[in-house]
Design a binder for this molecule. Structure first.
Ligand SMILES: C[S@@+](CC[C@H](N)C(=O)[O-])C[C@H]1O[C@@H](n2cnc3c(N)ncnc32)[C@H](O)[C@@H]1O
Length: 342
């Protein structure tokens, strides 16, 4: 009872439940999705991700023509397949140590071929027939839950290409075993990586001068950094609580799932934690230099930020736990960090 008092004033269930995206019908908010076809919002998320990549590359004058593209943490491989089909890249590959349903954050089990067909059909309906450009406004509705604020620009697509894609079931910590040099590495798995120094060593083995690395990164320190699986009922509780306090809190408030939550928190998310500024510094130690770092704020920041005003100790405690943390990272929804190899 005494222990419960310690967190009592901080706990507010709505601070989590009002901020999560919808889950599949019949599942608890902390469950991974069951096997099923992809939902409209999942298809919207895939198309947006693909469109943001090609849009940002065009704006930064990063050419895809004849390049070799690798997707790290590819999951169902939809992103590299779309890149292969609709751009001038030579071919694409993807790595992921986990198959559908094997990791807490994996895609649900689904038929990759028929779902890819569905996505390409959808893309056909979004393309302007005259100039062959994909237009964000045409699918913006299906992206309403995405933590995004920068809208991709209209981009001309290749419409008659065949997909050239190969999957390797491989951990990025062993990426060096691929023995190839990639021109572009897209990386949306950083939140699960613990030893970034080792990862940059591996990335160095599979890239060459002027290769590009693009991290799409949801920071641990962002509002939903521990995902729906390990976020607390305390606003930014994962940043506010020390590790010891987190263990105590979970054992009191989430007793029935404590082991699962703590396993995800300490073993499936990067640990020890690292900030984006530490990431960019480590990248530069390994010859990867920043081209751009875009921070999209948490989508519901206006609503979530009000909780901070209620907690006078918040920043003091946060800086004690994480002295190198910047407020823009705490307020972030998504980072887009693009680096070039010197
Ligand atoms: C956020 S999901 C992204 C999935 C997919 N790229 C997408 O955007 O739809 C993170 C992915 O990282 C993968 N992953 C986790 N640990 C990894 C590791 N050590 N090396 C490579 N991929 C990893 C997971 O299996 C999962 O598919």
């Amino acid at each position: 009872m005494k222990k419960k008092k310690k967190f009592e004033n901080l706990v507010d269930k709505n601070s989590l439940l009002n901020f999560l995206n919808p889950t599949s019908r019949g599942t608890h908010f902390r469950d991974s999705p069951p096997s099923s076809q992809l939902k409209t919002r999942q298809i919207g998320r895939i198309i947006l991700q693909f469109h943001q990549i090609i849009s940002l590359f065009q704006q930064l004058n990063i050419k895809l023509e004849n390049k070799i593209f690798l997707d790290v943490g590819t999951g169902n491989g939809m992103i590299p397949k779309l890149i292969s089909k609709y751009t001038k890249v030579k071919y694409t590959e993807g790595i992921d140590p986990f198959l559908d349903g094997e990791h807490t954050t994996s895609w649900q089990k689904h038929d990759h071929n028929s779902e890819f067909f569905k996505i390409t059909k959808k893309i056909s309906s979004l393309v302007n027939k005259k100039n062959k450009e994909i237009i964000f406004e045409k699918y913006s509705k299906s992206t309403k839950y995405e933590p995004m604020s920068f809208q991709p620009i209209p981009i001309k697509l290749e419409l008659n290409k065949k997909v050239k894609y190969k999957f390797h079931q491989l951990d990025v910590a062993k990426a060096g075993s691929l023995k190839k040099k990639y021109d572009i590495v897209y990386f949306k798995a950083l939140e699960h990586i613990s030893n970034i120094d080792k990862i940059f060593k591996e990335l160095n083995k599979i890239t060459k001068k002027k290769s590009i690395i693009y991290f799409k990164h949801r920071s641990f320190f962002s509002y939903l950094g521990p995902h729906r699986y390990a976020s607390t009922f305390i606003p930014w509780g994962h940043v506010y609580l020390s590790d010891k306090e987190m263990i105590k809190y979970v054992k009191i408030y989430h007793k029935d799932r404590a082991e699962k939550i703590l396993n995800f928190y300490f073993k499936e998310l990067s640990y020890p934690r690292f900030t984006v500024n530490e990431l960019i510094k480590t990248a530069s130690d390994h010859n990867f230099v920043m081209k751009v770092n875009i921070v999209e704020p948490f989508k519901k920041l206006n609503k979530s930020i009000k909780y901070l005003r209620k907690n006078k100790n918040f920043w003091k405690k946060v800086y004690k736990n994480y002295p190198k943390l910047a407020s823009d990272e705490l307020f972030s929804g998504m980072h887009h960090i693009i680096l070039e190899k010197k």
